[in-house]
Design a protein around this ligand. Structure first.
Ligand SMILES: Cc1ncc(COP(=O)(O)O)c(C=O)c1O
Length: 346
């Protein structure tokens, strides 16, 4: 069997390394994270990590059912930039959300693309954006010449777009669809979560570090086109990737796709469902169940956030209307019970 990343790391033969990194896998500077050295190999190293990486990515791509799945050690940010650089030429138009993550705009700047912005109506009561509908998107596409569209689905608060319809529409207009699924890395692994874009969009990025239990800033770029994504990745990436981080991505995907991992996601959904059903003190926004979005009559979102903070609970973000609490791999029953106990005391 060909070796993957986790099987080569930590198994060093007794070789004297006169290569980068100069520490050669030995602890030379003692600090809190010195264990890192043992696994910090270079791409030219003895066991051929480059080959192990491509084997590992190919296996992951088979698991996800994509044309390509690439491991990213510089977050979804780098996946968005690589996607735009791959499908957009200088001077071409890219349609982005006017409130999108800064990397969407930066990707266009790096590609020297012309930015066209779309807006999305706010769900006033909750202070959160709705999604881009096919009708809304078509109005922009009809104006012509849009080479690529970047859609954020889900938003922070778990609102998703109808990706299969948006893809069909984009392709009808000869436009590439790039989906920022940074907050939806668990979606491919449960039928009770929204539909993932990974098997539909031309490019989908997912941050493993946000909800899927990954280390900062591990992420994935999935593609379903024959375009060469490697060129763009090689332009923006270092030639000395962190193999411990890459190996953590491999292990992360294996876990999510395993029975244990899938059960963990189902347990998380069950726990939140049960606790929500028993909690009458706040209103819950209906979206991806792993994003707990709450509001309380008579309180602003900021006041609610302050109440939580005083009770040693830190939310992901708040607005005038509501508060968002993120969950994912690593959120256990104890933590959820604590949150709901405090909510029930409101
Ligand atoms: C919607 C969205 N897209 C992209 C990113 C960038 O992700 P990363 O931190 O993995 O680069 C973020 C980060 O907060 C985000 O919220």
């Amino acid at each position: 069997m060909k070796q993957d990343l986790n099987s080569i790391l930590g198994k060093k033969p007794d070789i004297k390394f006169f290569t980068t990194p100069s520490h050669g896998g030995k602890i030379c500077i003692k600090h809190k994270y010195y264990q890192f050295y043992k696994h910090d190999i270079s791409e030219t190293d003895f066991y051929g990590p480059q080959e192990a990486l491509s084997i590992s990515e190919k296996r992951s791509s088979e698991k996800y059912g994509t044309v390509n799945t690439k491991y990213l050690t510089n977050g979804s940010t780098s996946g968005i930039i690589a996607s735009v650089l791959t499908c957009v030429k200088s001077g071409e138009k890219v349609l982005i959300w006017d409130k999108s993550h800064p990397c969407h705009r930066n990707a266009c700047l790096l590609a020297n693309a012309n930015i066209v912005e779309y807006s999305i109506p706010l769900i006033e009561e909750w202070g959160i954006p709705s999604c881009i509908t096919p009708e809304n998107l078509e109005r922009y596409l009809k104006k012509g010449d849009i080479k690529a569209v970047i859609v954020t689905s889900p938003h922070y608060e778990g609102v998703v777009s109808d990706i299969p319809k948006l893809v069909e529409l984009c392709h009808r207009y000869g436009t590439y669809l790039i989906v920022d699924e940074a907050h939806g890395a668990l979606y491919p692994f449960s039928g009770r979560l929204p539909l993932s874009a990974v098997n539909y969009a031309d490019f989908t990025v997912q941050s493993l570090h946000k909800t899927a239990g990954g280390l900062n800033p591990t992420a994935l770029l999935h593609t379903n086109t024959d375009l060469d994504i490697d060129r763009a990745l090689s332009i923006i990436n270092t030639t000395s990737p962190s193999y411990p981080l890459l190996a953590s991505i491999e292990a992360n995907i294996k876990y999510l796709n395993s029975i244990k991992g899938r059960n963990k996601i189902e347990q998380l959904i069950d726990m939140i469902q049960t606790l929500k059903a028993e909690c009458t003190k706040v209103d819950f926004f209906e979206s991806d169940i792993t994003k707990i979005v709450i509001k309380k009559q008579g309180m602003t979102g900021y006041e609610l956030s302050e109440y939580l903070y005083k009770n040693k609970i830190e939310d992901e973000r708040a607005n005038d209307g509501s508060v968002l609490l993120l969950t994912g791999i690593g959120t256990d029953l104890k933590k959820l019970e604590y949150l709901f106990k405090k909510l029930n005391r409101l």
